[in-house]
Design a protein. Structure first.
Length: 184
């Protein structure tokens, strides 16, 4: 009886060690992948890549090139991107209304489909918050589609609160927006 019990414990221990090893390997792989990703501030000279990334992430609701051009030329607009091997894998595009309305507008936040659920969106929002705090900004606003539970979770995880729901805010397809605010 003792031998059987020891065999069971040994088998459980081996399975447990294997599970821990698999988890460690997965975490290490993700860490190694993340170390290859750099956070960069991009501008109008990377507009072609920015527009292509927008079309990839929002195929039915991407911005027009003329809108991107106008905003990227505006000194109040800031575009941060996670880049891996010269390819955008995540971005956040903000507009700093300091001096007028005194808030930061999250204009766009997207993660490449292959890189989602790795915490990159959270890291981008946290980076924007830290950078804008240096400019004494304490109010941040953004919105997402009512159906975009992933982005709603990111906003909420980063401390944003739903301020209001605006019906028929988005087009292609028509949908309500959850409007979020973070007040530091």
């Amino acid at each position: 009886m003792t031998i059987i019990l020891l065999k069971s414990i040994l088998v459980l221990r081996i399975e447990s060690d294997l599970t821990n090893y698999e988890k460690e390997y997965e975490e290490l792989s993700q860490k190694e992948n993340r170390e290859l990703i750099t956070l960069e501030k991009l501008g109008i000279d990377q507009m072609e890549a920015i527009v292509a990334f927008d079309k990839l992430c929002f195929p039915t609701d991407c911005w027009k090139e003329s809108d991107w051009k106008e905003l990227l030329e505006d000194e109040r607009a800031v575009y941060y991107a996670f880049v891996e091997k010269e390819r955008i894998v995540g971005d956040v595009f903000i507009y700093n209304w300091k001096g007028e309305d005194d808030y930061v507008k999250i204009m766009n936040l997207a993660i490449h489909p292959e890189y989602r659920k790795q915490g990159l969106a959270h890291r981008l929002l946290e980076h924007v918050t830290e950078e804008m705090k240096k400019e004494e900004m304490s109010r941040f606003c953004g919105e997402t589609r009512a159906s975009n539970r992933g982005m709603q979770k990111v906003f909420e995880d980063c401390g944003y609160k739903v301020n209001k729901v605006e019906e028929d805010y988005f087009q292609n397809p028509k949908e309500s927006a959850y409007k979020y605010v973070l007040q530091l």
